[in-house]
Each structure stands twice: as C-alpha cells, then as structure tokens.
Design a protein around this ligand. Structure first.
Ligand SMILES: NC(=O)c1ccc[n+]([C@@H]2O[C@H](COP(=O)([O-])OP(=O)(O)OC[C@H]3O[C@@H](n4cnc5c(N)ncnc54)[C@H](OP(=O)(O)O)[C@@H]3O)[C@@H](O)[C@H]2O)c1
Length: 211
C-alpha cells in the first residue's frame, strides 16, 4: 500500500516509516526540513517536505492511506495543539477525501476519550486530539483511531493490550505503537474502530485481530 506518514521524523514516526518499509509498503515520509530527508531514505521512506501549518493537500496525491503521527510536542503551547494536532490532522482528512486515500489511521491519545477528566495543563492537547478524532469519525473514510498511553523510548516487546476501553492508564514503547499501526493498516476488522493501546502480554498481530 502507498502510505503518507505525517510526523515521519517524530519518535513514533521514524519507527512507523521503518516498519512499513520492512513490511513492503511504499512510504511517503512527510517532513518539515530537507535536512531530515537522508534519514527518511535510510529508514526506507521517500521524503516529502511540507508544513502542516501551511498547504499540505498535495502530499496525499497518489497515496492510498494516511497515518497521522504528527504533533506540536510536549513543549508547545495551546496554539500549536490547535494548528498541528487538530487542524493539521483535519487538513489531511480533507486531502484524503479529495485524493481518494480511503484509509486513515490516527495516532490519538488515551485521555482523548474524556478530555475533561485529564489534568488542567493537558486540556488543550486532549481537546485538540478529541476534535481531530471526531472529524475523522465523521469523514466517511475507513478510519482507525489508536489511543496509546504514555509513550516510552524502551525497545518494543511486540506485546500489547488493546481494547475500546482498557480501564487503566499505563505506558507503551513507541516502537510497539508503530508495530500496532502497521498491523492495523491492513486489518479490515479495525475499520471504523477506536481503541486504547498499552503494553501487555498479547502479540501485536493477535491483539489487533481480536479487536
Ligand atoms: N508523548 C506521549 O506520551 C503521547 C501519548 C499518546 C499519544 N501521543 C501522540 O503520539 C504521536 C507521536 O508522538 P511522538 O513522541 O512521535 O511525537 P514527536 O516525536 O514530537 O513527533 C511529532 C512529529 O510532528 C512533526 N511536526 C510538528 N509540527 C509539524 C508541522 N507544522 N508540519 C509537519 N510536521 C510537524 C515533528 O516534526 P520535527 O521532527 O521536524 O519536529 C515531529 O516529527 C503524537 O501525535 C503525540 O501527540 C503522545
């Protein structure tokens, strides 16, 4: 499948690019700077420079799927949550519809299910994520919304726990989030689903197949 990865140079994004390429997918890696292009090629992606705060519709042309893993990052303020986490995701939803890229995977966050219950300082982020998720649900695209817990840089174990609601908070290595996304991409049972994701005891492919 030809897949656009938004946030390809990010900590999750780099794993996504590498694992998609290893799985035989064609990867268009959306990056912000030409300096990041050699690393994208090393990982197996074809870089394309574009800014989510500007015009990005053309980046989806020719792709069959979009994975949105971009974000303003923990150091950014409410304005970036709005322009990148929400508006950036929505721009690519509109572009996916325009260009016939029917598959869209969103890297959301666990607390987006109920932003009000999150900590005060997380509110702009969780609301931005929740609104982006809602726009995707209403898009008519074959979507899957993945809501991981707190991300770590540990090496992935390949084992996770996934369900619509896990009823607990926790952590998961970024590499395992990327593995789950690669499995989700071609898993038709996940179309139209939203699920939470944490480290667990079940091999990724089986956890995704069981959703
Ligand atoms: N941290 C957590 O515990 C947690 C938990 C659940 C979900 N998440 C979500 O998981 C996703 C991936 O997280 P991560 O750790 O990989 O984040 P990350 O390392 O901060 O990656 C975010 C990526 O977005 C890119 N980006 C930012 N602004 C952009 C713009 N205007 N145009 C194009 N690209 C832009 C960044 O580009 P540069 O590389 O150029 O900076 C970066 O590559 C995010 O959506 C995050 O909100 C995080």
């Amino acid at each position: 499948m030809k897949v656009l990865v938004a946030g390809a140079n990010g900590q999750v994004g780099q794993h996504i690019v590498r694992l998609l390429a290893e799985a035989g997918h064609e990867v268009r890696a959306l990056i912000r700077s030409e300096d990041q292009a050699p690393e994208m090629r090393n990982l197996g992606g074809e870089p394309m420079v574009a800014d989510l705060e500007a015009e990005v519709s053309h980046t989806v042309a020719g792709c069959e799927a979009v994975i949105f893993s971009a974000g303003g990052g923990p150091g950014s303020g409410a304005e970036k949550k709005e322009t990148i986490d929400r508006q950036g995701a929505v721009k690519l939803i509109e572009a996916a519809k325009e260009h016939g890229a029917n598959r869209y995977l969103m890297v959301s966050a666990m607390g987006a299910a109920d932003p009000e219950s999150g900590p005060e300082k997380m509110q702009p982020y969780l609301h931005a994520k929740a609104r982006a998720d809602q726009a995707l649900k209403e898009s008519g695209l074959d979507y899957t919304i993945v809501r991981p817990g707190s991300l770590t840089d540990e090496t992935g174990t390949g084992k996770v726990e996934a369900a619509a609601s896990l009823g607990r908070r926790g952590e998961i290595p970024r590499e395992d989030v990327a593995r789950a996304l690669v499995a989700v991409l071609t898993a038709e049972n996940t179309h139209g689903k939203t699920f939470e994701l944490l480290s667990g005891d079940t091999p990724v492919e089986r956890a995704i197949a069981n959703l």
